[in-house]
Design a protein. Structure first.
Length: 67
């Protein structure tokens, strides 16, 4: 589905790039919710370890747009 969106946008506005960040943290405190389908501690750990790398990559993608 993302590839289809990318193709459509490429046809309408020009070349596109996509970045997909998965298993993101939805809330600040998972203990407040009865969500059994999320592993809250794992999401928080992933945010701390992986999200900074994702932010760097997306920043680089954005910087390349203005060059």
């Amino acid at each position: 589905m993302i590839a289809n969106y990318s193709r459509t946008l490429s046809m309408m506005i020009g070349p596109t790039q996509t970045f997909i960040g998965t298993e993101t943290q939805q809330v600040n405190d998972y203990s407040k919710y009865n969500w059994t389908f999320f592993d809250g501690p794992a999401r928080v750990e992933r945010r701390d370890k992986v999200f900074p790398e994702h932010k760097k990559k997306v920043f680089e993608m954005g910087a390349a747009l203005i060059q």
